[in-house]
Design a protein around this ligand. Structure first.
Ligand SMILES: [Zn+2]
Length: 243
């Protein structure tokens, strides 16, 4: 089995979080939060996909910030924070997840003076909206109103059930609505757990902008990453190729 080690300079380990350690990539795409090479931060500042216009950032959601990283279940089963994030969908770890987002609210200067926090609507068949619960705790901690104002225009499946990037994007496109007049809201932050294609946050942001919000940012607990991507971003190095 190929194993990797962290290149320490590329990471910050966050303290005071219960359970699994929370690590934050220091060098991230300034549009979508994807970890990038340190040298990129001094040039374009964006990842390959944003550079090609393949991420849904910039049109409705002005920028997406992410605190930590997430490995898909199929890739690895031993990344502890990823397990905690998956369990959060079922109602576990609510406090810790709100703390992680709270760290982001305090850290990313664009998120200061936010008027409302908005959770995306849950997928069909999921009555429990874990992001609304996490958002309530976050709201109390950071003193920003939680506005659970979006809903599904039509049912869509949970994003985690989609097989690939294109299906995920198509799954939610144009399917989030908001009935409330938000023309007095200058800045909203859409909160989410795992940011993969950016499409859930983007479509929620579209609904908010149609309702009158000026600026919408996204804040995710973790950005989906691959080992290969992190090696490419010079954040991990291979220490054993398994031969
Ligand atoms: Zn990007």
């Amino acid at each position: 089995m190929t194993t990797y080690s962290r290149i320490e300079d590329a990471w910050e380990e966050l303290e005071d979080f219960e359970g699994a350690p929370v690590i934050h990539p220091k060098y991230q795409c300034r549009m979508c939060g994807e970890p990038i090479e340190e040298s990129f931060t001094r040039t374009s500042g964006v990842c390959f996909y944003c550079n090609k216009g393949k991420n849904e950032v910039g049109e409705f959601v002005d920028r997406i910030f992410t605190v930590s990283i997430y490995f898909k279940q199929t890739v690895t089963s031993d990344h502890e924070l990823s397990k905690e994030i998956r369990a959060a969908k079922e109602g576990e770890n609510v406090d810790k997840m709100s703390d992680i987002l709270g760290w982001g609210m305090g850290r990313f200067t664009s998120l200061t003076e936010t008027d409302i926090l908005v959770p995306p609507p849950s997928g069909s068949g999921e009555e429990y909206n874990h992001m609304a619960e996490i958002g309530k705790r976050l709201s109390n901690k950071v003193g920003v109103e939680l506005a659970d104002v979006t809903y599904k225009l039509e049912d869509y499946s949970p994003q985690k059930d989609m097989d690939n990037q294109e299906d995920r994007k198509e799954n939610v496109r144009g399917k989030v609505g908001c009935d409330k007049d938000l023309s007095d809201v200058s800045k909203a932050v859409v909160i989410d757990d795992i940011v993969t294609t950016c499409s859930t946050i983007s479509d929620t942001a579209r609904a908010l902008k149609e309702a009158g919000v000026d600026t919408v940012y996204g804040l995710g607990i973790a950005r989906t990453v691959s080992f290969e991507g992190l090696v490419h971003a010079e954040a991990l190095e291979e220490v054993d190729n398994g031969n």
